[in-house]
Design a protein around this ligand. Structure first.
Ligand code: 87F
Length: 511
């Protein structure tokens, strides 16, 4: 059964002399193992973990509260950080007129098939079809042109939290590739390139922190190749994650320096401090609900989701373990009191006091949903003034004295957060292979590795790598040239062309 809920068949049980309806319990769990069929495992875990519900339009998914609360935690962090940078929130319309969309036709060309259009209202055709934003450059920049007049209007730094629509055609995947998704998009304009360059990196660091500090997913910061950068911009930086199970890299978020390309197209000019006409320097940057899919893929296991405590909607689930002759009410009261203590201390805790599910069923249920810590309270615990803690990440069990509960729980959640990151990093690092020749590269690619290779940095060579690795699994491409460059001895040659290498670059198949 998909949802992991009890079905409707009812049996009667007599508890404390009162007739109660007890739902028959159904089996929880996943029908496949993560290492056996990763794709199937993923689809099951996002549904059974109650993050996603499939929708009747392909590529569209319902984001359930369990998902939205994760998104809101990341949003609260990122939003507060960009406000410190004096970036303001705004909201532009969802619809784009065809005229402005065409104004950046050069770079939109490749994207055009993904743009969705509204052509009717009721039964009548619209005079002019209206596009739905796939991103908001063309929506926003005409107004940047209007609002920016002099150097005192700069910098202009806006962000919006919104949905976008990209009508993808290849295998839609919840969070990872959906036709509508949520993101923030930042669009900033500066008087100088120096300021723009600095902001690109400042934002990229926030993206690193979203992944590493919140989602406990290790990422690599670096620069995209000319082939993989946003064609409308000057250069693109990104954080790149890796999914060991599929052997694919995944672009986690991007921070672009647009240079003056859009300023030219949209005539975003200003009078500089010397009274001369100048063009602005622009950036744009975004991260999306894709982040959540990466987190699920990296941490989930055969029992379901594994949520890092910092983003989990619920950090602690308290379950009573009543026994036949025990004082059930005292156990339930202790559970409730424990939850109050934890909530008062700032944790997100709840008790599962439902009397129509057994403790075992509840364990499986909350394990499926990935709650980081479970506290069990039974008669023995009551007697000893303790609770039993069970960690979701490694199932380690510890008895904690009620006295020092808050401190101990804090310690454990911090430790879970750190352990998730550490083991994800160990696993990711174990997938990295240094390849100096085509032979080594091809072998590593066959083993689904994340490949670090010396490269001549030539576009033609990257195209050639793509052509030579084409196949059912998709071609290999460059993921990024890490900012953190290992030493490159002078006589090092490119793994693909044999020409002198210019930099170390990560390569692999990707999402
Ligand atoms: C799909 C359809 C139309 C990506 C598209 O990365 C246009 C586009 O411009 C498109 N898919 N892009 C590139 C988006 C670039 C940039 N936009 C602002 C970002 C960050 C946020």
């Amino acid at each position: 059964m998909a949802g992991g809920k009890a079905d409707n068949s009812k049996s009667k049980a007599n508890t404390k002399g009162k007739e109660k309806e007890v739902k028959k319990e159904t089996k929880l769990g996943l029908s496949v193992k993560k290492d056996d069929n990763f794709g199937e495992w993923y689809s099951e875990v996002v549904v059974n973990g109650e993050m996603i519900e499939y929708y009747d339009i392909s590529g569209c998914y319902i984001l359930r509260p369990w998902t939205m609360s994760i998104w809101e935690v990341m949003q609260a962090f990122f939003d507060a950080e960009i406000k410190k940078m004096n970036i303001k929130n705004c909201y532009f319309p969802l619809f784009v007129s065809p005229g402005v969309l065409q104004r950046e036709k050069d770079h939109i060309e490749g994207f055009a098939p993904e743009v969705a259009w509204v052509t009717k209202s009721g039964n009548s055709d619209l005079d002019v079809p209206i596009a739905i934003r796939p991103t908001s450059e063309t929506v926003m920049y005409p107004y940047y042109s209007k609002w920016i007049r002099g150097h005192r209007d700069l910098p202009l730094k806006l962000n919006q939290w919104c949905n976008v629509v990209r009508w993808e055609f290849s295998n839609p995947t919840p969070f990872i590739r959906s036709r509508e998704f949520l993101w923030q998009e930042g669009h900033t304009a500066f008087a100088s390139k120096t300021e723009a360059d600095a902001e690109v990196l400042e934002i990229l660091e926030l993206y690193r922190r979203v992944y590493e500090e919140f989602l406990a997913v290790p990422v690599i910061k670096g620069q995209k190749s000319e082939l993989e950068k946003f064609a409308g911009g000057l250069y693109t930086t990104s954080v790149e994650a890796f999914i060991p199970n599929s052997g694919r890299g995944i672009q986690g978020a991007t921070s672009h320096c647009l240079g003056q390309n859009f300023a030219k197209m949209f005539e975003i000019n200003f009078e500089d401090d010397k009274g001369e006409k100048a063009m602005v320097w622009q950036n744009s940057w975004a991260y999306s609900t894709r982040t959540i899919g990466v987190m699920v893929m990296v941490h989930g296991d055969d029992k379901g989701l594994v949520l890092p405590p910092k983003v989990a909607a619920l950090q602690i689930i308290v379950t009573p373990v009543p026994y036949k002759d025990a004082n059930t009410q005292a156990i339930l009261d202790t559970c409730a009191a424990t939850v109050s203590t934890l909530n008062a201390a700032g944790f997100r805790a709840e008790a599962d006091l439902r009397d129509n599910y057994s403790p075992g069923w509840k364990y499986s249920h909350w394990e499926m949903k990935g709650v980081p810590l479970r506290l069990e309270i039974g008669p023995k615990d009551l007697e000893k003034k303790q609770v039993r803690a069970v960690r979701r990440d490694n199932f380690a069990k510890t008895d904690i004295a009620i006295d020092g509960l808050v401190e101990k729980v804090k310690e454990m959640l911090d430790d879970i957060q750190q352990s998730l990151f550490n083991s994800a990093k160990l696993k990711r690092d174990a997938c990295v292979v240094v390849a100096k020749t085509w032979g080594e590269f091809a072998e590593a690619l066959g083993q689904k590795k994340l490949i670090l290779a010396p490269w001549c940095n030539e576009e033609e060579v990257e195209k050639d790598v793509k052509a030579r690795t084409k196949g059912d699994m998709g071609a290999a491409k460059s993921l990024c040239s890490p900012f953190d460059q290992p030493e490159l001895p002078e006589d090092t040659l490119c793994f693909a062309s044999g020409k002198p290498a210019k930099k170390w670059t990560y390569w692999g198949r990707s999402y």
